[in-house]
Design a protein around this ligand. Structure first.
Ligand SMILES: C[S@@+](CC[C@H](N)C(=O)[O-])C[C@H]1O[C@@H](n2cnc3c(N)ncnc32)[C@H](O)[C@@H]1O
Length: 208
């Protein structure tokens, strides 16, 4: 399957060095996320990139496993914890679509800035639902380009062909909410995208 791995490998160092575009919004999302994390939890983050968010959240839970399809991204994540290892935080090179775990293995899944980059986001949401325990929580941040930058659809095929961008889905926020509810999730919290720099943020739970 095409996961745009070569693109993510190529930009990994630049991605690691680039500042967070909206620090206030990022901190607000961290803060809301922390309300759902507890010390006994087993957490999986997919598309973890260079591990910055995983490193912040891991101390709050029992076990935090972070996966990313790009080996270069994971290398950088591992470098970050080399000097100060975190025993309950593990990184692995893996695509969510090929990640093997028991159904109901996790208390929480995080997918941050990733669903819009996946080949089949709706199938990914269903996979997340299966990986969660009843009562588990899915926390996601997703660029909803059809809402915030609709004209981008005309340039993405060329950008992808020139290898300047990865595969990108033109999602809407309401489509994401529909897919989550269709999978069986209950929406607990949502913050719709309001500008091209702002992604949609959703907390959804799997009913008991
Ligand atoms: C935009 S970056 C987001 C990184 C991080 N979550 C963040 O918010 O900064 C997207 C990341 O998802 C990874 N990725 C893309 N498709 C993936 C997939 N199918 N499974 C796992 N990781 C994937 C890429 O390698 C990249 O590191």
């Amino acid at each position: 399957m095409d996961y745009s791995v070569s693109f993510w490998n190529r930009i990994a160092r630049r991605y690691a060095a680039s500042p967070i575009s909206d620090l206030d919004a990022y901190e607000q999302k961290l803060s809301v996320t922390r309300n759902y994390l507890h010390p006994e939890m087993k957490v999986l983050e997919f598309g973890c990139g260079t591990g910055s968010t995983a490193i912040l959240h891991a101390p709050l839970v029992k076990y935090y496993h972070a996966i990313d399809v790009s080996p270069r991204m994971v290398d950088i994540a591992l470098e970050k914890i080399e000097a100060k290892p975190m025993p309950n935080l593990t990184f692995e090179v893996a695509a969510l679509e090929e990640f093997v775990a028991e159904r109901g293995a996790y208390d929480a899944l995080l997918g941050l800035n990733i669903l819009h980059l996946m080949n089949a986001p709706q199938a990914a949401i269903e996979q997340v639902f299966a990986l969660l325990k009843p009562g588990g929580v899915f926390i996601s941040t997703t660029a909803c380009l059809s809402d915030t930058m609709p004209l981008v659809r005309y340039v993405t095929p060329v950008g992808k062909w020139l290898r300047l961008i990865p595969r990108v889905q033109m999602l809407t926020f309401s489509q994401l909410l529909d897919w989550l509810q269709h999978a069986g999730f209950v929406i607990e919290y949502c913050d719709p995208p309001y500008s091209k720099h702002h992604s949609g943020f959703i907390v959804a739970t799997k009913p008991m």
